[in-house]
Design a protein around this ligand. Structure first.
Ligand SMILES: Nc1ncnc2c1ncn2[C@@H]1O[C@H](COP(=O)(O)OP(=O)(O)OP(=O)(O)O)[C@@H](O)[C@H]1O
Ligand code: SF4
Ligand SMILES: [Mg+2]
Length: 334
């Protein structure tokens, strides 16, 4: 993957993307603040962070469900914000999304076979009859038996439904699959199987993933690189295998404060602590983490740290790190 990142152009690029919402009572919420991120062909990049940090807002902007307040999102070399009509339809051929709740995309009165063929028909790739035949192949692709073709959603388990949603998403052979908490609602054992399926499909179908989650243990099993978000900002970006070398106080706090438990396979797993975020309310200009950061200095209250390079495939946004000699150890977070 390292070679890939050096040689190829990004398939998806966020350039200084911001999104500010105005709430009903007139407050402004900076849901995403100056997010820049490159995703290269064939890799899986995870967005991780606690609830409300802006992960889904990024997903919704990438898929043009909402527009950025400012900044650019470039998919396959084209600015998605400028797409209209035919170009927008093409965007949905290039990028598909899978959400946490499969019921939200499944029509309760549609059989599995019809649902699976829908995208192929909608994009004019196949006739209805051809799509119905292809649906059987799609079931096989996600390791489900052909007998499910005529079943209705309520006759299926959550794991089966999510496999079917994934099958439909990949049916039109998109370039990028955006998975927003796609495995979060599944039981641990089912989740593991779906993650294995996703990893296999990525290789077999030459897909690129943006994988959104709140659980570092899950995210690190599938992602090549991880972007850690806090209050709308990407705080640190690094390779999954380098997670233990994280430098940003927030990432380190996540790693330290997570509790260790053992799953059924006796493998140590970690979870992100669950905290609500109020730090992305508009107004405060400094580092959004400063009120919780053990390393915060006075300047952190007024100066928002830029994301800067720490090393190969490693960036972080922290004023304390800006003054550190590269590779100098950062004082431990207490
Ligand atoms: N339409 C909206 N109007 C106002 N505020 C919004 C809107 N959509 C999202 N927000 C706010 O933007 C922030 C980011 O929300 P977002 O859904 O992107 O978070 P998230 O990281 O996906 O959280 P979760 O893990 O709970 O899914 C939150 O403070 C949220 O309340
Ligand atoms: S910029 Fe300051 S407050 Fe923010 S993470 Fe770094 S040291 Fe902490
Ligand atoms: Mg979300």
């Amino acid at each position: 993957m390292e070679q890939m990142t050096e040689k190829q152009a990004p398939i998806l690029e966020l350039r200084h993307v911001c999104k500010t919402f105005r709430t009903d009572d007139g407050r402004e919420v900076r849901a995403v603040r100056d997010a820049s991120l490159s995703v290269y062909p064939g890799e899986c990049v995870a967005l991780v962070g606690e609830s409300g940090c802006g992960k889904s807002t990024i997903a919704r902007m990438i898929t043009r469900l909402i527009n950025p307040t400012s900044g650019e999102i470039i998919l396959c070399g084209r600015d998605t914000s400028k797409m209209e009509g035919r170009a927008l339809l093409d965007l949905y051929r290039d990028i598909q999304m899978v959400f946490q709740d499969p019921y939200s995309v499944f029509s309760p009165r549609m059989s599995v076979g019809t649902f699976l063929g829908e995208g192929l028909v909608h994009h004019g790739i196949m006739t209805r009859a051809q799509a119905t035949e292809e649906a059987k192949n799609l079931l096989q692709l996600v390791e489900l038996p052909p007998e499910l073709m005529d079943r209705m959603p309520h006759q299926l388990s959550g794991g089966q439904l999510q496999r079917i949603v994934v099958a439909r998403a990949v049916s039109i052979r998109p370039k990028v699959l955006l998975l927003d908490e796609a495995t979060s609602a599944l039981d641990v054992s089912v989740q593991k199987l779906v993650l294995e399926l996703l990893s296999r499909l990525r290789k077999e179908l030459n897909l690129t993933y943006v994988f959104i989650g709140h659980d570092l243990a899950v995210v690190r099993t599938i992602a090549d690189r991880i972007a850690v978000m806090y209050a709308g900002m990407i705080m640190e970006e690094l390779r999954s295998e380098d997670l233990a070398e994280a430098q940003h106080p927030y990432t380190r706090r996540l790693l330290q404060s997570v509790f260790s438990v053992h799953d059924r396979t006796n493998r140590k797993i970690i979870q992100v602590e669950d905290m609500s975020v109020a730090a992305n309310a508009s107004g405060a200009e400094g580092c959004p983490f400063h009120s919780r950061c053990p390393q915060a200095a006075r300047e952190c209250e007024n100066t928002c740290p830029p994301l800067r390079e720490l090393g190969p495939d490693h960036r972080a946004a922290c004023l304390a790190l800006s003054y550190a000699v590269p590779n100098d150890p950062v004082p431990p977070v207490t």
